[in-house]
Design a protein around this ligand. Structure first.
Ligand code: NAD
Length: 484
């Protein structure tokens, strides 16, 4: 660990690093060893208030919102370049903080974050209103204006990407931001504050308050100086955040939990399917809102696929996230590991058969769990219906396309979904019937900043990525000029 990786561990408000007003600090734990690696400031309501005021002042003085889209885009482009130039440090930091395999951090987290800022730079260039034809004797046009101060609240599992997917479009549109990263994974947010400043983002435009959800998050949610809430996290906290925002009539984007179904039809290419199935449930150690933990398999290939998985899954490299060959690292924290353990115990009680895994892996005091496959659970079991958020796959057979769709749509969630089939007509037909914000066909987790994602039902509303994300950080003003 170099000092640069964790320092300064203070709040970033109005372009300055500062301790919390009451001096509170909290530990940051390396999940691969269960050991404290550093501490960061823990913001209280007074700090959140200072951050929102700084963001408001920066918004009102026009140093950012007054720039042209092209000028903002140029700076966002520089952010992308700086992320790439600092890829090794950022990847190491994200791996240390979350326990993600270093190879994944480089290939996915850092790469996607840079691509996203680059994409947002292009969106900033293309931000424009429209002229509207009207029978009025008038020139009518719309302007796309920023919303003001955005509160960005992010979860523990993809800290860098999910902060960027809010800060990028918010800045592209001319807003200012107060970012509260997840309690347990705050490090890349602090590092990014440096890079944003280095790229030319003016003081106060992005502020970072590290701290807990119930204190710092709640203060940010309720702050009257916030104009929009961009939230990614659990459905339970999102429901609460949306109700607070509703009371204050503030616009929100809600990216919430998931429990995606992965449908394998009898005509699927099974060799390719196995790779996609394993990726879908072990990616990011299963701590992936868009992961595929529910495998639905056409009965004629159910037993074959299950036995291939029983052979293949134990061979997935689990271990020290610093090793380049590691595919599955530890869970990000002890409470996440316990949740997985409890659900696998529950699966045993609910009549599930553990095909492989089903236990912790004792390694260096870290929070490891072996990738686990469970067959034979009824569809209404809690383990099938709830979001477990760990490397656990349940497998269920189906007998018809209608049954597959009904099972897929049977949980409260609707974030992602996937289909394995060689039948093109079926692929498109079923994609249209699945209640999900994104459907992958013949692979999993194909994500790109140009392609929007987001949820339906209890997985939330609003979209990140794509031009849809920019729209969520702007409001339309109409101007009508009399020609009389
Ligand atoms: P979480 O809901 O516990 O926390 C998310 C954020 O909300 C954190 O920053 C937390 O500190 C904050 N928070 C907690 N209580 C708060 C309160 N009272 N007021 C304001 N903020 C508060 O979620 P998590 O455990 O960090 O993340 C995992 C969850 O996030 C999973 O459910 C996962 O599916 C979901 N997720 C969704 C997406 C998506 O795009 N839909 C992406 C990643 C994760």
């Amino acid at each position: 660990m170099t000092a640069y990786e964790t320092e300064p561990g203070r709040l970033f408000i109005g372009g300055r690093w500062r301790e919390a007003a009451d001096g509170a600090r909290t530990d940051v734990v390396d999940p691969s060893r269960g050991a404290v690696v550093t501490t960061v400031a823990e913001a209280g309501p007074a700090d959140v208030d200072a951050a929102v005021r700084a963001a408001r002042q920066a918004y009102d003085d026009g140093a950012w919102s007054g720039l042209s889209g092209r000028e903002r885009g140029r700076i966002l482009h520089r952010v992308a370049e700086l992320i790439r130039a600092n890829a090794d440090e950022l990847a190491a930091l994200e791996s240390l903080d979350v326990g993600k395999p270093i190879t994944l951090c480089r290939a996915v987290d850092v790469t996607n974050a840079a691509n996203d800022y680059e994409h947002c730079a292009a969106l900033a260039h293309s931000l424009h209103g429209a002229q509207r034809d009207t029978p009025l004797n008038a020139l009518a046009y719309t302007r796309r204006e920023p919303l003001g101060v955005v509160a960005a609240i992010t979860p523990f599992n993809f800290p860098l990407i999910l902060a960027g997917s809010k800060i990028g479009p918010a800045l592209a549109a001319g807003n200012t931001v107060v970012h509260k990263p997840a309690d347990e994974t705050p490090l890349s947010a602090l590092y990014m504050a440096r890079l944003l400043t280095e790229a030319g983002v003016p003081d106060g435009v992005v502020n970072v308050v590290t701290g807990t959800g119930p204190v710092a998050g709640e203060a940010l949610l309720r702050h009257p100086g916030v104009d929009k809430i961009a939230f990614t996290g659990s459905t339970a906290v999102g429901r609460h955040a949306a109700s607070v925002a509703g009371e204050a009539l503030k616009p929100v984007t809600m990216e919430l939990g998931g429990n995606a179904a992965h449908l394998v039809f009898a005509d699927a290419d099974l060799e390719k399917t196995v790779g996609a199935v394993i990726k879908a449930f072990v990616f990011n150690t299963g701590q992936f809102c868009m992961g595929g933990p529910r495998l639905l398999v056409a009965r004629p290939v159910h037993d074959t696929l299950l036995s291939i998985l029983a052979d293949a899954v134990p061979g997935v490299p689990v271990g020290d996230p610093r090793r380049p060959e590691t595919v599955v690292g530890p869970m990000a924290g002890e409470k996440h590991l316990k949740k997985v353990e409890e659900h696998v115990e529950l699966a045993r009680k609910e009549g599930g058969r553990i095909v492989c895994g089903g236990e912790r892996l004792d390694l260096d005091g870290g929070y490891y769990y072996r990738p686990t496959v469970i067959a034979g659970l009824p569809n209404d079991s809690r383990v099938v219906q709830e979001e477990i958020f760990g490397p656990v796959l349940t497998v269920q057979p189906f007998d018809s396309e209608d049954e597959a769709v009904a099972l897929a749509n049977s949980t409260p969630y609707g974030l992602a979904s996937g289909i394995q089939t060689r039948d093109l007509a079926r692929a498109h037909r079923v994609a249209g019937r699945l209640k999900a914000g994104i459907v992958w066909i013949n692979d999993w987790a194909m994500l790109d900043p140009a392609v929007p994602f987001g949820g339906v039902k209890d997985s939330g509303f609003g979209r990140e990525y794509g031009p849809e994300a920019l729209a969520a950080y702007t409001q339309v003003k109409s101007v009508v000029v009399s020609l009389d």
